[in-house]
Design a protein around this ligand. Structure first.
Ligand code: SAM
Length: 239
């Protein structure tokens, strides 16, 4: 998919077809399996009195948890429908949500000007984006950090494709939540092994800590095993 408009429509269509039910999106894991351990990796490096921005926040499940660990939490996403889900799910109004395309440098700079240097949480955004747009997404991380922010970025590795292939080979084909991803023309785990660290470096980001992990999904293989997708994580600063 090399067409920004089709890409936007794919995500809008996906989120429009998704209900408000927690876990309906295959990646919508409980924060205890995601933002909780990720915050423990980020916080030793971060100033929690700065806001945190969840880039590509989807329905905001992780953003709402981040709001409990940082002074203020803002979730931004390309999809208007995703932001609608995020706002409805935030019944206590703990976070702020806004539609924003990370490849729109002016919009990202305007957000940085409004809130100042911020910490960043970005989970599973670059790996599936259009290849041409990935450098701009990495640049958005650097813009939001400025001098004082720190980022936690987790992205699927190509090994995830093998797990997804296995999942799709079940007796009934891909499980329902995974089929929905493919039906909307989305391409998980499309980035090459070293592409994400290379993009982050090229955006002027220095890795302070990193490791391998797996992102637990809300879907299971036909034998009942939870689908966990291999990923790499990075704690980053500008410079
Ligand atoms: C796989 S989902 C992950 C959602 C969320 N980060 C999470 O972990 O639950 C990827 C999200 O990134 C958003 N996204 C993709 N490209 C984007 C862009 N250029 N700007 C902002 N959001 C984007 C999609 O709309 C989608 O909600």
């Amino acid at each position: 998919m090399n067409d920004p408009q089709r890409y936007r429509e794919a995500w809008e269509g996906y989120w429009e077809a998704t209900s408000d039910e927690p876990g309906e999106a295959i990646w919508d894991a409980d924060p205890s399996l995601s933002a909780v351990p990720h915050s423990e990796l980020l916080l030793p490096y971060a100033d929690a009195s700065l806001p945190v921005v969840d880039l590509g926040c989807g329905n905001g499940t992780q953003t709402r948890y981040l709001a409990t660990r940082f002074a203020h939490a803002i979730g931004v996403d390309l999809s208007h429908a995703a932001i609608g889900h995020a706002r409805r799910a935030d019944t206590e109004g703990v976070a702020e949500f806004a539609q924003l395309d990370l490849t729109d440098g002016d919009a990202v700079r305007a957000l940085h000007e409004r809130i100042g240097d911020a910490n960043v949480y970005m989970r599973a955004v670059i790996h599936q984006g259009e290849a041409e747009a990935r450098p701009a997404v990495a640049a958005a991380v650097a813009t939001m950090l400025g001098a004082r922010g720190r980022a936690f970025v987790a992205e699927l590795t190509p090994a995830s494709k093998d797990v997804l292939r296995l999942a799709a080979q079940g007796p009934d084909g891909p499980p329902k939540k995974l089929r929905r991803v493919y039906d909307h023309g989305l391409k998980p785990a499309d980035a090459a092994e070293e592409e994400v660290p290379d993009l982050l470096r090229a955006a002027g980001l220095t890795t302070l800590d990193s490791g391998h992990t797996a992102l637990p999904q809300t879907e299971r293989l036909s034998d009942g095993t939870r689908i966990d997708l291999p990923a790499r994580w990075f704690v980053l600063a500008v410079g």
